[in-house]
Design a protein around this ligand. Structure first.
Ligand code: SF4
Length: 343
């Protein structure tokens, strides 16, 4: 049984302009100890998917359907009290900007201790000891004195370490990290990613890494979901995705990389705009930006179907297997030639 099992998740927001289809028919699983990379541009539905499953979308304005099972228990639609027991205890979360998650007027130590006291029957002294211990684990120098600093007294990278400490303080089974390194410089990003890998090995938790950086996905993930227009458009093991991507949007992402054995890349380099979720294009949502679109693409939504390697690699595209194989081989050759001529 998967630790986290999401089936046919849908999130619709009611707005004055109409219904925004933020998440449509999303299904995936996360196993214990696994890292799932979730990649896509802004507005692809990747963050809303995880806010929905954590019960963090405002249900007064949102319609949610589907199923989210955590450790075998249905949690979609669970009460605030039930979810509070899971959030911060069994599932930890880290966001891009720690200043929106840390309370600026409370000392770091107070905030960490609160996180322990909320979920455990321990004394203040025990909570403080645990807070110092986790600050040391995330490699904050002089943790026993810095625990009494305020968030603004830490650099961006150190604040992000504090956020990781906050998310891990109760030893969660899953860590959901939403663009955890985007606001940081490249060196600090690399340090934070190394730290997360080390902590994963020590704590054995699963990680969901939501990002628009394929370099991060390649470095950390076991499996990858590619999201576009609120849907999963490709899902595969990381090596399969990078060596044999099956649909044109993923080709576009990989084509924006400097090399196939990538180190870092941003996704904004694909020409055109992500689709409106209020008035999505008919058929395949990628058709206005797709160089290979044909009549059927404008009329019919492609099913998520299995490729040559079987159910472990699925994608949405109307192109035939032969056409996709031929186009990808040509793309690979042109990427290799460009790399050769640049050398
Ligand atoms: Fe392009 Fe058509 Fe495939 Fe969509 S279904 S990715 S528009 S070829």
């Amino acid at each position: 049984m998967a630790l986290l099992e999401v089936t046919d998740l849908n999130t619709r927001f009611r707005t004055d302009d109409g219904i925004v289809k933020a998440v449509s028919g999303v299904s995936f699983t996360v196993e214990s100890g696994e890292t799932l990379g979730v990649v896509g541009e802004s507005g692809s539905g990747k963050s809303v998917t995880f806010l929905t499953l954590m019960g963090l979308v405002d249900r007064r304005h949102a319609e949610v359907s589907g199923s989210v099972r955590f450790d075998g228990q249905e949690i979609l639609g669970a009460s605030g009290k039930q979810l509070q027991k899971i959030r911060g205890r069994r599932i930890g979360m880290i966001f891009q900007d720690p200043m929106t998650s840390l309370n600026p007027v409370k000392k770091i130590g107070w905030q960490l201790e609160e996180a322990v006291l909320l979920h455990n029957d321990v004394t203040h002294d025990e909570a403080r000891r645990r807070a110092i211990e986790i600050l040391k684990e995330v490699e904050i120098p002089k943790a026993d004195t810095r625990i009494d600093d305020y968030p603004h007294q830490f650099s961006g990278g150190m604040r992000q370490r504090v956020m990781i400490a906050m998310a891990l303080i109760n030893n969660p089974e899953v860590l959901i990290a939403d663009e955890p390194t985007t606001a940081l410089d490249v060196t600090t990003q690399a340090q934070i990613l190394r730290l997360m890998t080390k902590l994963q090995e020590e704590h054995g938790m699963a990680i969901v890494m939501i990002t628009h950086d394929l370099g991060v996905v390649a470095e950390l993930s076991d499996d990858v979901l590619v999201m576009y227009g609120g849907r999963v458009v490709e899902q595969a093991e990381v090596d399969d995705l990078f060596t044999k991507p099956e649909m044109p949007y993923t080709w576009g992402l990989l084509g924006s990389l400097p090399r196939l054995d990538i180190t870092s890349a941003r996704l904004e380099q694909i020409p055109g705009q992500p689709p409106s979720l209020l008035h999505p294009p008919s058929g395949c949502a990628f058709n206005p930006r797709c160089a290979y679109a044909f009549d059927r693409c404008h009329e019919e939504l492609p099913e998520l179907r299995a490729g040559a390697v079987g159910e472990g690699h699925r994608f949405r595209c109307h192109l035939s297997d032969d056409e996709r194989a031929r186009i990808w081989e040509a793309k690979k050759a042109s990427l290799g030639a460009a790399e050769g001529s640049a050398a």
